[in-house]
Each structure stands twice: as structure tokens, then as C-alpha cells.
Design a binder for this molecule. Sequence first.
Ligand code: MG
Length: 385
Amino acid sequence: MQNICVLGATGSVGAAALSIIAEHRHHYCARILVANRDVERMEQLCRQHRPQRAVLADKTQATVLAQRLAGENIEVVGGAEAVLAAAADASCATVVGAIAGARGVAPAFAAAAAGKRLLLANKEALIVAGGLLLEAIDAGGGCLLPLDSEHCALFELLQADAEYQKLWLTASGGSVRALPLAELAQVTPQQALAHPNWSMGKKITIDSATMMNKALEIMEAAVLFRTTGERIGVVLHPQSTCHALVEYADGALIANWSQPDMRLPLARMLAWPQRLPAVVPPLPWQALSQASFTPPEAARYPCLPLAYSVLKLGGSAPAALSAANEVAVDAFLAGAIAFTDIARVNCNMVDYLHGQQTMASSIADIWQADEMARRFAREQIACWQ
Ligand code: MG
């Protein structure tokens, strides 16, 4: 029996993890559930999955949850420290790291230091402090298994220990991929949130529409597979049935296909190196002949090349871009800026970074860059009001 701690239990990746765990009760047990502040959802999950402990980062909401679960024999705790303690708890050898955004970074480090088998969906932990996280994993004696669908696909493809030339990430193009370029500035949050293929959280769905998500995934792949931006390409593939391709030195091109469903990467990494039965229906071969692959349009996706710029700058530059983007996405969702302003904030951020020192030798340097970038982005946005 594998005891699992699910960080970000109330989100879409958390839901996929819990559904796989529930279907394989004889193998897996959701022992600790962690979320930010969603009491309603957490109460439902606790009644359904009967964890030993439920943690909410928000202490006030944790008190509410404790009242609702009185007499249920589930320990309820609250606060940021309780989240870190859950990630490192000795009762769980496996941790699913599915807290979105910068808030997921510290818990990922706590799990890494405690030697966990860390299934990581949180991109930011790898993007903002990837080198340091890999060091923490090595020092802790655990391992890192990627949950991001493209990276999970690459992880699987790269098991044959052969020299590769290039890693290809596929991109769906997001919710506004077919809109005329001239109409992009008028895109509303509601339009941008309607992703054609994947059901995900708000932040990542907007990132998918701007293709900033793919830029973040280039940075993520560079860390995970210890390579440079030049060896990571992006191809537009609107069907989302092929997740990644690896071009080998001998000219072979190997692709990884499946239905676009987060349950598969989850099941794959939970059971790694085994496979669980019947996680998703197999992809009909007709889907292969319907698949198309084209280069992403540069004018539509100005965020994409930013990944290569910040990887070249190195140090805290990826963290700064990621932070500026978080501020821009929040502002767009709040109706404060236009859809195309997200890319404008991010491009200005990278221009600014070119004149700055981006060396980072500790997590403190990273957080400083994060703070600087958020301030920079907020000032930009305030100027445009
Ligand atoms: Mg992905």
C-alpha cells in the first residue's frame, strides 16, 4: 500500500489524482489532503476519501473545516507551516505536488528535502528554482516524476538511454487560436477560459491561450532533462493527442500519443515504472490521421520566444518572467488589462531583465527577483489604466 499526500487536492490535478487513487484502493491511499482555502470542496473530499489528516493553508478556513468534520476522526490543521509539515510527513512516501503557482514552491522543497517520491505538476517549482530543487531531491534521496503531460510523455520517451537531438513539446494553441489576430485585443476572460481540449485551472488556461504555458514548459523541460533551450522545440498540434516527440541522433522520431486526460500522466507516474489497467480509453488509430502539426505563428504567440531569452539569461530570470506573468494574468482576469497586454507585460519584463544582474545562488535571490518582477508588472499595468 502506497500512502500519498496530495498537495492541491481541490484543484483539477488533485481531482485526477484522487480519482486514480479511489479506483485503485488496494494499491493507494490518500492519507493527507492539502488545499488552500476551499472548505466546501475539502469537506466533500474528506468524506469521500477519509484521509487521516486534512490541511488548509488558510487558518480561519481550517477552523471552519474542523467544525464541519467534528466527530469524523480526521485531524484538521491550518497554516503555511502545516502545509510544509504535510509535504514532509513520514507517513507518506509519495507526494503529489499539485499546488498552482508560486505557493507550490516551498512545499515542493519540503517534500524534496524529506526524500519523497515527488510527482510534480507545479511548473513554478522547476522554473523558478529548478537547479536548487534537483539538488534538494538528490540530497534528500527521493526522486522527481513529472506530471505535466508533455514532460511525463518525454520522461517516458527518454527511458531508452540514447543520445537525442531535440525534444519537441506539442501545443494546442489554446482557446483563441482560431481568432483573427486583429480581434485578440478584445478577447474576454470568459472566451480565453474556454479551453478546447483540456480541463484545467484558470491560470493555466489563460497561459495556454497566450502560449505562455508552453514558454514555461520549455523552461521546465530544460531543468527536468538538464538541457538547453536550443534543444527544445514547440510544434502546434490542435488535437492534443500527441504530447511530445523526441528526435534521436540517428534520425528516428518517437512520439507519445494518448487521449488528452490528466488521469493518464497521474496514473503513469503513480505506478511508475508499472502501468495501471484501463486508465483512459485507447486512442483510436483514426485520431492519428486527423492530427496536424504546424509551426506556431510568431505574431499570435509573442510570449513563446521569451522562454529562450530567459533561459539564456539564466539565474533568476525565469523566476522573474513567471512572476510578471502571474501578475499580468490576474490583472486580465480582473478586467484591468486587455488579453494582448499580458504579452506586453511579459515582453517588457524580459527587455528590462536584459539590463539587470540575474545571478542567483540561493532561494533568497529567487524570491527577491520574484518580488522585483511583481512590482515591475504592477507598475506597468498601473501606467496603462
Ligand atoms: Mg502541459
